[in-house]
Write a protein that binds this ligand. Structure first.
Ligand SMILES: [Mn+2]
Length: 203
């Protein structure tokens, strides 16, 4: 089990200027991560969300589920989602996140990437309901996928980070204001990945 540390390279405080990124490569031990991965495949009601892309409504290229407290309704890609109830498998995770991050998350967007064809396009988690400086905690389970951050205007400010089984990435501060992120599709043979992004929706 590893603790969260600032994600830094080349001796700088932060890997990218204008971000606040924290990372723990083995936030969950392998056994814990294996168990949670298997449990969530069954415990979550996976569905294909409809999203708006270039003005058209299309099937999102992954399976998803919006989970949270009853009052944490969320508008995402132009669609309003009523949260589904928390699966018991996430109770301990929520408690640990609250302790380590001093943040009471009230919702999680779960995404399931069935293989390398499933992906997430460029976006920021900057919906008004998240407030100006959201804390987003991203727990990865299953296949390691490439996560990419890039600055809105400066193309050279870019970071690629493999997100492996049991790892936790936390984005906070101005990260969403200054940067977009994506999970690109890949032609490589790729197993399934589940990603949980914990959020706090403000009333
Ligand atoms: Mn995101």
């Amino acid at each position: 089990m590893s603790v969260l540390r600032p994600l830094a390279t080349n001796g700088s405080d932060q890997a990218l200027p204008g971000t606040e990124l924290w990372f723990a490569p083995d936030w969950l031990e392998t056994g814990q991560a294996d168990a949670l991965f298997a449990e969530l495949q069954d415990a979550i009601e996976w569905e294909t969300h409809r999203i708006r892309l270039f003005g058209r409504e299309v099937d999102s290229p992954r399976l998803s589920s919006w989970i949270g407290n009853e009052d944490a309704a969320y508008t995402y890609s132009g669609t309003r989602f009523q949260p589904r109830p928390w699966p018991p498998a996430l109770t301990d995770i929520l408690r640990r996140l609250a302790q380590e991050l001093d943040c009471r998350f009230n919702s999680v967007l779960a995404n399931r990437y069935r293989d390398g064809r499933d992906y997430m396009g460029w976006h920021s988690d900057n919906e008004p309901a998240l407030g100006p400086h959201p804390v987003i905690a991203s727990l990865s389970l299953g296949a390691t996928r490439r996560f990419v951050l890039k600055h809105r205007h400066e193309a050279s400010r870019k970071l690629e980070l493999p997100l492996a089984h049991g790892s936790l990435l936390v984005m906070r501060g101005d990260t969403q204001t200054n940067y977009k992120h994506s999970l690109p599709r890949t032609a490589k043979p790729m197993g399934e990945r589940i990603n949980l992004t914990f959020r706090r929706i403000l009333a």
